[in-house]
Design a protein around this ligand. Structure first.
Ligand code: NCN
Ligand code: DMD
Length: 338
């Protein structure tokens, strides 16, 4: 994995230090602008115009086992809402000029489609999520979708998710990637009560036990503990990073997949920024491991890519600052900064 451009990073940091602002005054916005410049290999960075979100949708066998506050039928219903442009993320995307696309990888509906791998993924405490061949197909789907987004000219890519029950396999991916027990990664997802949380913990513990030492291998982890939509999302971020297109991460599912992609090919994390902090503990743990600090912390737990899309104006603001602010040396000749 090629790293973002170190020379551009240095030059961008130098330009940031020379702006007509007190040293360090732009805080995280300054750091974000430097990250964009390094990813683009351009100083000042180009405006981040074309932001493209892909929502990977799929159902999860565990959703029939009391781990979610909502029934699995919501997944397919929400796919239709994304298509009608009236979901939570649709409103944010419209406000911030983000292109949205939804890909049905594994919704449990008879709807066929070019990206459908199967109808729902396996209940991970009872069986593998996928066969190895399905994992390979799902990875190929994520790669193909990402290639289309890159060909469409994406300056910044975002992955979103829709799938009742998906916080259980996503937490399992984080447990596997970080070598943590279920107790540390489990969260309330859509808002399960204490009984639901206890069931979810049991499902996670059983699933991790069932996967055994396969957790040491990221692709085998996707087969045993993931799902078709999470595998596709993993390949999407991996493909973006390989192509040198920066990725803005959303909540638990996007981050669990980025972590898995970084395990498949170390160095993916350098192409990622964190849009927001989810309420899910596993998301924060995975972000820490990847060395990423979220731009927003709003208590969001919607998914769909919403937290990342909400952070897009901050990325654009960061780039505008590094592009458009005068240098202190221009306004105060002889002054090179502190
Ligand atoms: O993005 C997050 O961190 C996040 C946290 C909690 C819930 N969600 C969304 O809620 C659904 C999964 O929650 P659950 O309780 O059914 O596992 C799925 O459609 C996600 O997009 C998303
Ligand atoms: C209504 C609804 C919308 C969602 N969007 C992402 N996850 C979701 C879960 C539910 C239940």
């Amino acid at each position: 994995m090629r790293a973002p451009d170190a020379g551009a990073r240095r030059a961008a940091a130098e330009r940031l230090a020379g702006l007509a602002t007190p040293s360090g005054a732009l805080g995280r916005l300054g750091e974000t602008a430097v990250w964009v410049a390094a990813c683009q290999g351009a100083v000042p960075p180009r405006p981040v115009e074309r932001v493209r979100l892909t929502i990977f949708a799929g159902d999860h066998g565990v959703a029939r086992h009391g781990v979610s506050a909502y029934p699995p039928e919501v997944t397919g219903a929400m796919v239709a809402v994304f298509e009608s442009g009236r979901a939570g993320v649709s409103a944010l995307a419209a406000a911030h000029d983000v292109h949205v696309r939804v890909v049905d990888v594994a919704v449990d509906s008879p709807a066929a489609g070019p990206w459908k791998v199967r109808r729902g993924s396996g209940a991970i405490h009872l069986e593998d999520a996928l066969s190895p061949a399905e994992t390979a197909r799902a990875l190929a789907v994520g790669e193909a979708v990402a290639r289309e987004e890159i060909a469409a000219g994406a300056d910044l890519m975002v992955s979103g998710d829709m799938g009742i029950g998906n916080t259980t396999p996503a937490a399992a991916l984080v447990a596997a990637g970080l070598g943590l027990p279920a107790t540390e990664v489990v969260g309330r997802g859509t808002g399960v009560d204490d009984a639901g949380l206890a069931r979810k913990l049991e499902v996670l513990e059983t699933a991790l036990r069932r996967a055994g030492d396969r957790v040491a291998d990221p692709v085998k982890t996707l087969t045993a503990l993931g799902s078709a939509d999470l595998a596709a999302s993993t390949a999407y971020v991996l493909t973006a990073a390989r192509a040198g297109v920066p990725v803005l991460l959303d909540g638990l599912m996007a981050v669990a997949c980025a972590l898995t992609a970084d395990r498949i090919e170390p160095g993916v994390a350098a192409w990622c920024a964190a849009g927001h902090r989810s309420t899910e503990p596993a998301q924060s743990l995975a972000l820490d491991k990847m060395g990423l600090e979220p731009l927003l912390d709003l208590g969001l737990r919607l998914g769909e890519g919403s937290g990342a899309v909400a952070a897009v104006p901050l990325v654009r603001s960061a780039v505008a600052l590094l592009r458009d602010v005068a240098l202190l040396a221009e306004v105060l000749p002889g002054e090179s900064g502190a």
